[in-house]
Design a protein around this ligand. Structure first.
Ligand code: HMG
Ligand code: MG
Length: 302
């Protein structure tokens, strides 16, 4: 049996757009977030407070957070890899703060170095004060765990490495962890093993799936996680994205495709698929391309 309701976190404005070479105006990002919330998304990953030299596309983080017309029933998240990022985020007026921040670590040493320029152990040392500061302010803390089934530099990843990272995250007070297939190489058996290792440290309500669709396995992986009772997933409208430090990796599984899957299973999401498709068309047009969602294409050409 599957969960009766599922929460999707649309990470398109962040994971999706971070990799775009062409500048995307803050106004487009803001309109995208607003269209997603109008379509029924209740949790949106808006931007990241990382080095603008590393990820220039997210340099307008404060402008985007400032420009949002918020809904009181939507949770807005941002990535903060270190105290500097969290302080930048908290330097805004309180009503512009996110309700949740995301620290992001890797199950593999090589990806940790490439992505955040430090070892896994050093990353945990950097995250610890971020987690503490955020929680003192009543901000929820999520941890993204990259490369839980495959690494662009180390290849296959043993579930023990995932369990190890989950335990380190738990020890510093991270409240929820995302099991990420950063480069989209996973298949259901491997994804199950990564979740099993994570569930040794976190409860079912404290984990989510984050699947990139590079090898076309993300919907199968989503189903495998649903069968384990996982009910929270990151997805990206129009299948936007990829990670700048994971060469060749495509975007997250399209929100449209996951919503179609879930509604087909009779699972409640609160999302209006037509409005979501329109949001995907809006951002894709701004980027000069077609939405990377089979469901979007099928419904629009019906
Ligand atoms: P570093 O060079 O080791 O850090 O970078 P540093 O503390 O030595 O600082 C170097 C420079 O960066 C300094 O500036 C700092 O001020 C600045 P300079 O003196 O040279 O002018 N700096 C910052 N500026 C703004 N905001 C900050 C910040 N921190 C330092 N927070 C750092 C370490 C983590 C900052 C860097 O490696 C970085 O920004 N990396 C980008 C990581 C990133 O955004 N990756 C993509 C997101 S993760 C992802 O996509 C995976 C995920 O989707 C899950 C999955 O699919 O796996 C979440
Ligand atoms: Mg990702």
């Amino acid at each position: 049996t599957y969960p009766s309701r599922v929460k999707l976190v649309d990470v398109g404005p962040r994971d999706g757009l971070q990799n775009e070479k062409q500048p995307v105006p803050a106004a487009v990002k803001i309109e995208l977030v607003e269209r997603l919330q109008a379509a029924g998304l209740r949790h949106i990953e808006v931007t990241s407070y990382v080095s603008p030299k590393w990820v220039p596309q997210m340099a307008d983080n404060a402008e985007v957070m400032h420009g949002l017309k918020r809904r009181s029933d939507v949770v807005y998240s941002v990535l903060t890899p270190n105290v500097k990022g969290l302080e930048a985020c908290l330097s805004a007026p309180r009503e512009e703060w996110p309700q949740e921040i995301v620290v992001f670590g890797s199950a593999t040493e090589a990806f940790s170095q490439k992505n955040i320029n430090c070892s896994i152990a050093e990353s945990i040392e950097r995250f610890a004060p971020v987690v503490q500061m955020a929680r003192e302010q009543g901000i929820h803390v999520r941890g993204a765990m990259s490369c839980t089934v495959g690494c662009p530099y180390e290849g296959e990843v043993a579930p023990e490495k995932v369990g190890h990272l989950a335990r380190l995250m738990k020890d510093i007070g991270v409240q929820h962890v995302g099991v990420a297939d950063t480069i989209g190489v996973g298949t259901p058996g491997k994804v199950r093993a990564a979740f099993e290792a994570t569930l040794a440290h976190y409860g079912l309500d404290e984990v989510s799936g984050h699947f990139h669709d590079t090898y076309g396995q993300a919907l199968s992986n989503t189903l495998a996680a649903l069968e384990m009772g996982v009910w929270q997933f990151d997805t990206s409208v129009a299948g936007l994205g990829g990670c700048p430090y994971a060469k060749g990796a495509t975007g997250n599984v399209a929100t449209e495709d996951v919503v179609y899957l879930l509604h087909g299973l009779g699972i409640h999401t609160g999302i209006d698929l037509d409005a979501l498709i329109d949001a995907g068309v809006f951002v894709s047009q701004a980027l000069g391309r077609e939405p990377n969602s089979r469901v979007s294409k099928a419904i629009r050409t019906k």
